[in-house]
Design a protein around this ligand. Structure first.
Ligand code: SF4
Length: 308
């Protein structure tokens, strides 16, 4: 293990590479990274990287976003198959047909797209949002336009609740956040009176309504910073997030909310990236995210939405 870490650090220098890792990666990968963060932080930080290569430890749409915002950099992803159930739920051709149907019916709308989507879908959008900036962007959509929100119906429902804007919701969801067990969450609250439940807005309404704080991963960390005394936190997001919480705020106790079918709530797509694949991709400088024709239009939307 130590040899592998040494090898990665050595290759990182030789390849002039920066490693960016999402909070849902294994702790050992986050430990090696130059920058860790949620989607919004990583997209913004990627534009400040001075190295010639970015190795993105996350899923495909995140590495794609880093490439789109940094066309001159080589962007590597340890496993090109690291996908996302949300991104897969909204193919670009299906979205284009749906938008056309709405236009033919005389509907005036703007498409607000969660960053968990393919570049071709972003290229069909007016705005791209992350859980960190979605509320602010939704409030910027002119009130005389309807909002078509894709692809996460739970995040869309949450945004409807907090902004009061009615939306047309795409029927997508995250396989990790959708399956938290409300029965187990309530049992944990009874067992740990005074505990604080944190839920990601990708969770369904039944989990959100029994949570004390709802926010993306970066917002969760900011919220934890407001508690000085040790507390019990019930965490309804991807389980690796607790590694980051434990590192930054070790005084607290963190308890994963179990899923209906699985007790660990790890994202199988994120888990495709391993230290061995990270080493190999640095050594072989592949797999690489290659520029696609849809990236030009997606770049305009991403820059307007995430960087301004
Ligand atoms: S946790 Fe859910 S939204 Fe995030 S990458 Fe995995 S499947 Fe996609």
């Amino acid at each position: 293990m130590n040899d592998l870490i040494e090898e990665i650090n050595d290759l990182k220098k030789r390849r002039d590479a920066a490693i960016l890792a999402h909070y849902y990666q294994d702790g050992e990968i986050q430990d090696l990274a130059d920058i860790t963060g949620d989607s919004l932080k990583l997209a913004r930080e990627a534009t400040k990287v001075t190295h010639s290569t970015i190795v993105f430890c996350g899923v495909h749409f995140m590495a794609e976003t880093a490439k789109i915002l940094n066309p001159d950099k080589r962007v590597l992803l340890p496993d090109l198959q690291a996908g996302c159930s949300l991104a897969e739920s909204c193919p670009a051709d299906k979205l284009a047909r749906y938008q056309e149907m709405l236009r033919q019916n005389g509907r005036r709308f703007q498409t607000v797209t969660y960053v968990n989507s393919a570049a071709a879908v972003k290229a069909l959008s007016d705005w791209v949002v992350t859980s960190g900036n979605a509320e602010a962007i939704v409030r910027r959509v002119p009130s005389d336009c309807e909002i078509l929100f894709v692809p996460d119906r739970h995040l869309g429902q949450y945004l409807q609740e907090v902004t009061g804007r009615k939306m047309i919701l795409w029927d997508g969801s995250c396989i990790v956040h959708e399956i938290f067990s409300v029965g187990d969450l309530l049992a944990m609250k009874r067992k740990l009176p005074g505990s604080i439940a944190l839920a990601h807005p990708e969770c369904p309404a039944n989990i959100r309504e029994h949570s004390d704080f709802i926010g993306g991963t970066e917002a969760m960390l900011k919220h934890l910073a407001t508690y000085a005394e040790p507390r019990d936190f019930l965490v309804a997001t991807e389980a690796n997030m607790m590694w980051q919480m434990q590192s930054k705020f070790p005084q607290h106790r963190y308890h994963p909310v179990p899923g209906i079918a699985c007790a660990c709530n790890k994202c199988p797509h994120m888990a495709r990236n391993t230290l061995e694949k990270l080493r190999d991709c640095l050594a072989l400088e592949t797999p690489e995210i290659v520029w696609q024709p849809t990236f030009d239009r997606a770049r305009e939307v991403l820059q307007r939405s995430l960087l301004n």
